[in-house]
Write a protein that binds this ligand. Structure first.
Ligand code: P1T
Length: 379
């Protein structure tokens, strides 16, 4: 989506319903569709394979990523699982070391036992990447900005490396949302989202998405979606269609508030460091400005002191709610070490800087002054 194009967000995938003229796609709450004769139907036979509400949702997903195809899944991890299932046994995958804890768990604890090998590397360290890069690598998995330390990874550079060894480049675009970043434009083959987050935007559903311009990948993943059945319900598809219409306006407010919060925290004496790609002090700020059209609403920071200070700080917050997840209109605070990233091996957590004083904020769209005041009084 052209970041200035609110029209795509509002109209992407929308078609007037042909029978009734309904302007908004109805919820086709049905598992099955009548057939005139065996195998003769109007394009839908069973809702695992396809459902008109999901079709409209998938068209909207494609539209906002500027992709030819979009596929909807029942969760972000369900979408990731389908992508991994395109690999042949024995394949090796290069993964950025700072991925969502659940992504790492899916790879380490589930897929590794089926003969796939996952190499977790710091993708901002060329030597680390080159050490593992070889034609055995069939997939490169990038999350940018990363969860939770907000590293920014150069998508175009990783696309070149993927091309060199004949690997597929997957980019998890959840933190940026399609409003601020288009990985396909920078050479990614597949974009994956947890639509639970910014695309859903209201913390009331779980969903996932895959977008691609490559027909072969689309067909493979569509088959997996149908054959393995990790699909969203018609109601979830409807909610997501509804959410996408306000993605652009929400993202502008998330970003505006996050910039203000990041600047406030950076100058607060009780805060040791702030990790936000929109700050000039961020090590990849220039890269972020190049590859993103905005910096989104996620940031992390280290509180000065110890875990005991964190434990005193958290209950004092009145607006920021202590909870996992992100990207909803309401502000959340998360403690990655004990919550979202508890499953990351301790030595890797240490290397990444996911320690006892690290907190992650999903900055919502409340009044900016209220958010800053909330943090200020709690600090
Ligand atoms: O929760 P689910 O919809 O299955 O999505 C998984 C997922 C994938 N990718 C990224 C970057 C994510 O952040 C997530 C989920 N993350 C959280 C729940 C969290 O609080 O970080």
């Amino acid at each position: 989506m052209d970041p200035k194009n609110f029209t795509v967000a509002v109209h992407g995938g929308a078609e007037i319903e042909p029978v009734t003229g309904a302007v908004m796609t109805p919820i086709f709450q049905t598992s099955t569709f009548a057939q005139k004769a065996p195998g003769e139907h109007a394009g839908y036979d069973y809702s695992r394979g396809g459902n008109p509400t999901r079709t409209a949702h998938e068209a909207a997903l494609a539209a906002i990523e500027g992709a030819k195809w979009g596929l909807a899944f029942a969760s972000g991890l369900g979408a990731e699982q389908a992508i991994v299932q395109t690999l042949d046994p024995g394949a090796e995958v290069l993964v950025c070391d700072d991925v969502y804890g659940g992504t790492g768990r899916l790879f380490r604890k589930l897929w590794a036992k089926y003969g796939l090998t996952f190499h977790f590397v710091d993708m901002n360290n060329d030597a680390e990447v080159e050490k593992v890069l070889s034609p055995r690598i069939k997939m490169i998995w990038v999350e940018t900005p990363t969860n939770p330390t907000m590293k920014v990874i150069d998508i175009a550079k990783m696309a070149e490396k993927a091309k060199k060894v004949g690997a597929i480049l997957v980019v998890d675009n959840t933190f940026s949302s399609p409003f601020f970043q288009h990985p396909l434009k920078w050479g990614a083959d597949i974009v994956v989202h947890s639509t639970t987050k910014y695309i859903g935007g209201h913390s009331d559903l779980i969903g996932g998405a895959v977008m691609t311009n490559k027909q072969e990948l689309y067909e493979q993943i569509k088959f997996i979606q149908f054959a393995a059945g990790c699909v969203p319900s018609p109601f979830e598809s409807f909610l997501l269609l509804r959410s996408i219409k306000t993605l652009a306006v929400r993202m502008i407010h998330h970003e505006r508030n996050a910039i203000a919060v990041a600047e406030f925290l950076e100058h607060h004496p009780k805060v040791k460091s702030v990790y936000y790609p929109g700050l000039k002090s961020h090590p990849q700020h220039i890269l972020a400005k190049k590859q993103m059209s905005g910096f989104s609403g996620m940031l992390s920071f280290d509180l000065r002191g110890t875990y005991e200070d964190v434990i005193k700080f958290l209950p004092k917050l009145k607006i920021f709610c202590l909870a996992e997840s992100l990207g909803g209109v309401e502000s959340l605070v998360n403690h990655p070490e004990r919550m979202t990233h508890a499953s990351v091996p301790p030595e890797l957590r240490k290397k990444l800087g996911i320690g006892p004083t690290l907190l992650r904020l999903s900055v919502g769209i409340e009044s900016m002054d209220d958010l800053i005041e909330d943090l200020n009084q709690a600090l």
